[in-house]
Design a binder for this molecule. Sequence first.
Ligand code: IVH
Length: 524
Amino acid sequence: MKNESAVSDYEFDMLLKELEGLETQYPQLIDPNSPSKRVGGDVTKKFDTVKHKYPMLSLSNTYSKEEIVEWEERIKKTIESEIEYVCELKYDGVAIGIRYVNGIFHSAVTRGDGTQGELISPNVRTINSIPLKLKAPFPDDFEIRGEIFMPLAAFEQLNLDREKEDLPAFANPRNTASGTLKLQDSGAVSERSLDCFLYGLYQDRSAQSTHYDSVSYAGDMGFKIPRVADNMISKVSNVDGILEFIAYWEEKRKDLPFEIDGIVIKVNSYQQQEELGYTAKSPRWAISFKYKTERVQTLLESVSYQVGRTGAITPVANLTPVYLGGTTVKRASLHNAEQMEKLDLHEGDQVYVEKGGEIIPKIVDVNAGERLPNAKPVVFITSCPACSSILVKEEGEAQHYCCNEKECPPQVKGKIEHFIGRKAMDIDGLGAETIDALVELGFVHNVADLYDLTYEQLLSMDRMADKSARNLLDGLEQSKQVPFEKVLFGLGIRFVGATVSKKLAKAFLTMDAIRSASYVVLVV
Ligand code: IVH
């Protein structure tokens, strides 16, 4: 899933603004394929492409409160009557347009390039908060638009599961939601707990005369809409109300169970919206205020190295604790040697930490100006911090590995932890602490040894009561009944995650059958 950006949102927006400025100054140099001519993401080939009935425009955006004041002043110049604004959250996800015919879900299309998008109905149908059948009354044929996102809890759980399967973590909820919607297997989409807030009705004639009433009508039909009681949507009558809403969520957004990247302000009355009209790309009646990604500076105290169950080495930066986006950050992942080199980390550096879309804070830069004169570069280790084996790095791989898989303690313990997990042998009564002790005492060297444990051995352990020992032996006995695919998964073989295990188990039924399979059989 390659939904990553090379630059931050803020940098992207600033570069786009600079480009737009240059294009206004030198119109003769405009490239018809300039990014400024695009409203949104790319149209990929995997799904059918369909034309939008109503173009899917984007919002003009700003990071400056002054520009919000100026926008509101411009609106007042065009509209002489009283103006009401609706302030909403700017959900950080993927835009979607969903058509309903006679109250039944008909189709769902991504924004694509704004004119045409991809038909991803089967994937969108899996999202629980999107009704498949509406509550009456509903218009005969209409489109509703909203933002599909991945709640933070689902994102964190997904990454925990991926970590257990030794798959690389996803960078942030937005890219994960976007990648998920492009999966070919809607079954896999349904497991990803996507959610959706709806923010606009599109139809040829509307029974409602304001945006606010349309949103609440969407709620009556069964759509998930923002809660008024939680101040997630608010009607205000002037710029002070808008600025208050911005300030409220600037502080409170960290408590939301999903990510937002700003707020959206819309003129409420449809008639006034019509009077204000559109530019080529966005409505004049709406604007988004975007929050800057929080970035703080702190001291890099040291770099430590974690050994995963497959032997993969992950460098971790230990930082002087610093408050960022609602939590205190003490550690940040450095991913691998290449990332460390890119940052050109030196001992005692002052580093910049960001927690933008990502849950795991990351070091985005070094304040080289504050580097101590004789600071030494931080050099990636050459031997395993746990067992001292020489580390290896295969060509084309990003990660260094410790190959001492049979004896390196964190690998041995990690493999056993994986083996007993819920998705594998599902053995109760065996936590990380007990595994540590079993390995330290030399009772267990690999997963097979678990099944030779005796009642006497268990009772000889510190803090192991009779009942716990019996429970554990029972759990081990019961685990012999788990389906073959779970055993395969539990072995933690590289590239054999949950999906491959399932396929192998279905095709081969026993370990011996897999062992004697040829390359050709496996590929077919
Ligand atoms: S209104 C004509 N309201 O922001 C514009 N958009 O650049 C109609 N978004 O990807 C969009 N929250 O999906 C609107 N409350 C909200 C929104 C919202 C997020 C997204 C939208 C689009 C981008 C607009």
